[in-house]
Ligand binder design. Sequence first.
Ligand SMILES: Cc1cc2nc3c(=O)[nH]c(=O)nc-3n(C[C@H](O)[C@H](O)[C@H](O)COP(=O)(O)OP(=O)(O)OC[C@H]3O[C@@H](n4cnc5c(N)ncnc54)[C@H](O)[C@@H]3O)c2cc1C
Ligand SMILES: *[C@@H]1O[C@H](CO)[C@@H](O)[C@H](O)[C@H]1NC(C)=O
Ligand SMILES: *[C@@H]1O[C@H](CO)[C@@H](O)[C@H](O)[C@H]1NC(C)=O
Ligand SMILES: *[C@@H]1O[C@H](CO)[C@@H](O)[C@H](O)[C@H]1NC(C)=O
Ligand SMILES: *[C@@H]1O[C@H](CO)[C@@H](O)[C@H](O)[C@H]1NC(C)=O
Ligand SMILES: *[C@@H]1O[C@H](CO)[C@@H](O)[C@H](O)[C@H]1NC(C)=O
Ligand SMILES: *[C@@H]1O[C@H](CO)[C@@H](O)[C@H](O)[C@H]1NC(C)=O
Ligand SMILES: *[C@@H]1O[C@H](CO)[C@@H](O)[C@H](O)[C@H]1NC(C)=O
Length: 563
Amino acid sequence: MVAKKPRVVIIGAGMAGLTAANKLYTTTGSNDLFELCVVEGGSRIGGRINTSEFGGDRIEMGATWIHGIGGSPVHQIAQEIHALESEQPWECMDGSSEETSRAATFAEGGFQLPPSVVEPASTLFKNLMDYAQGKKVEDSTASNGEVEYQKLAAKAYKIFTSNGSLGNLSVGSFLRQGLEIYWDSKKNDEKLIGSGNWSRKSLEEAVFAMHENIQRTYTSAGDLLALDYSAESEYRMFPGEEITIAKGYLSIIESLASVLPPGLIQLGRKVTQIEWRPESCGGQADMDNGYGCRPVKLRFCDGSVMFADHVIVTVSLGVLKAGIQQDSGMFNPPLPSFKTEAISRLGFGVVNKLFLQLSPTHDRKGPELNKFPFLQMVFHREESEFRQKKIPWWLRRTASLIPIYENSSVLLSWFAGDEALELESLKDEQIIKGVSATVSSFLWQPQKTENSNSHELCNGNVSSEEHCGVNFSKVLKSQWGGDPLFLGSYSYVAVGSSGDDLDKMAEPLPSSSGYGPCVSHPLQILFAGEATHRTHYSTTHGAYFSGLREANRLLQHYRCVGV
Ligand SMILES: Cc1cc2nc3c(=O)[nH]c(=O)nc-3n(C[C@H](O)[C@H](O)[C@H](O)COP(=O)(O)OP(=O)(O)OC[C@H]3O[C@@H](n4cnc5c(N)ncnc54)[C@H](O)[C@@H]3O)c2cc1C
Ligand SMILES: *[C@@H]1O[C@H](CO)[C@@H](O)[C@H](O)[C@H]1NC(C)=O
Ligand SMILES: *[C@@H]1O[C@H](CO)[C@@H](O)[C@H](O)[C@H]1NC(C)=O
Ligand SMILES: *[C@@H]1O[C@H](CO)[C@@H](O)[C@H](O)[C@H]1NC(C)=O
Ligand SMILES: *[C@@H]1O[C@H](CO)[C@@H](O)[C@H](O)[C@H]1NC(C)=O
Ligand SMILES: *[C@@H]1O[C@H](CO)[C@@H](O)[C@H](O)[C@H]1NC(C)=O
Ligand SMILES: *[C@@H]1O[C@H](CO)[C@@H](O)[C@H](O)[C@H]1NC(C)=O
Ligand SMILES: *[C@@H]1O[C@H](CO)[C@@H](O)[C@H](O)[C@H]1NC(C)=O
């Protein structure tokens, strides 16, 4: 029998899969060590990277930001392929609204909040998160105010941990503990301001809640009470600014795929079953299945099969969670318990993006009024009788509605958790109706306040909402939760889980520790993807690093240089 080259099948053509393919191919391509292919269930490459167009602008349905350019491999590729410049406008080309002074914070009922109300709660929130993430503020550079906030955070932490274990404490409860101490530290001003039963205290709390909602979209934890506190400090960010990619995130994916020969990536090839041999001991006869004794058998949705020596599974944590359900049979035999337990414990949330095109009727009030603000929304709490009934529940935890760049007529909102799932099920007309009603509740201003004229969308006719010229002509939303190829957006460390689980996600099978020297076919199933990276999970660069890691594992196994 002619010796066969080992066959490596990569499942998924997202960032992790294509990075692994790129590495394996470029390292061994010339000497042809492996038979390599990538099988992708969808009809396109990119996975959770899906650059699209809306209203003539380039937008991202999935991954959007390079989270810190210092040391990011994604940034490095983007630079090399000149993807950071473009003639055409693109989403967030002028940076994130939070970092600029462009954000205008409005309270439900319609008045703009001055910095003196927004800043204390925002600074408190930031300092609590910095503390949870283990970022120490240097005493020398910190202002007096910041030192105070850091002391407050330390106190919250002390109270928070006074019951002993950190094991199942959440970021959400830590934040609320911090807020409580903050109230204790100042005399509460319950005097009403503005309209609609707002007091300084209730406004500050609502601003704090807005930041919690932003954090929900950052982490994909629908409820911050489910976000593990201890793991928060293991997460690593790259230094430097956060930017979007002018030519689109997909340009990174295309660059990785461009070196692969045609046909190596097979689209429309959804894997329905991975059959493997955990206990194959030393060249048994049953291994000789007529396909060159390859231990792994893949079954596809069209019934076809393929044999492989090694598969690199890069499907999302959501797909793995579904795949370990009793009735799924994605893995045969089922994955060992250390694996299924890690998959079950880790969190995988839903985050969606909504794009809305302002209709041209919006123009009729003249150029000044055409400028939609970088709107941040502060809502009444659930029990308040001053809640505007026309604002639907699924918009009440949305922190912002912002033009995708200054003067753009395309607006963007982020959704997390139940709200994000609900969004997926809504018809375009329902979305337009809900957002229009919300905008008019915030920007329709019965009385003018100084500094707010530039954000005045109405023509001053307080008796008629039709005179608020906001109307939308087109809608585009992502639907990551319902898509069977993703079943969510990105992972987080849930309470009850830990960073160790992310390491377990990355362990190949059969695991050398579990099966000992008996294994004649090691590394049958390798795992890559954002959910397998202990410190950079949930990101594109985490997915990139994981793809590189698994490619290197195989290269090392076959003692290839170039690792
Ligand atoms: C709304 C949103 C916003 C985000 N924002 C950012 C951001 O700003 N910055 C950032 O760094 N990251 C962001 N991310 C996260 C980032 O997109 C992901 O971490 C990363 O793209 C994941 O890559 P991956 O290769 O691990 O997985 P995926 O991209 O999910 O790739 C897995 C592939 O496997 C395929 N597949 C699934 N099941 C099967 C099957 N049975 N058979 C064959 N193929 C299958 C899928 O179709 C997919 O193409 C965001 C994600 C979302 C959803
Ligand atoms: C990718 O974006 C396009 C819109 O340009 C959309 O039709 C498609 O459903 C998106 N895919 C996913 C998986 O979100
Ligand atoms: C500590 O435990 C007590 C009693 O079980 C409980 O009432 C209190 O809320 C706990 N404190 C924190 C910060 O969890
Ligand atoms: C976590 O919470 C449970 C109850 O929800 C409690 O019994 C346990 O002591 C807590 N601590 C740890 C480390 O599990
Ligand atoms: C007004 O606000 C106060 C303090 O936040 C709250 O206790 C009260 O219930 C509110 N009134 C109504 C009618 O919602
Ligand atoms: C946005 O429009 C205003 C006029 O309404 C103009 O002064 C400003 O330069 C524009 N900004 C950009 C980035 O085009
Ligand atoms: C305000 O709106 C009402 C109802 O649409 C209309 O009758 C009235 O003329 C408007 N007033 C002004 C000043 O535009
Ligand atoms: C909003 O747009 C729709 C269709 O685009 C139109 O029928 C409706 O009259 C508009 N409403 C306003 C208040 O402009």
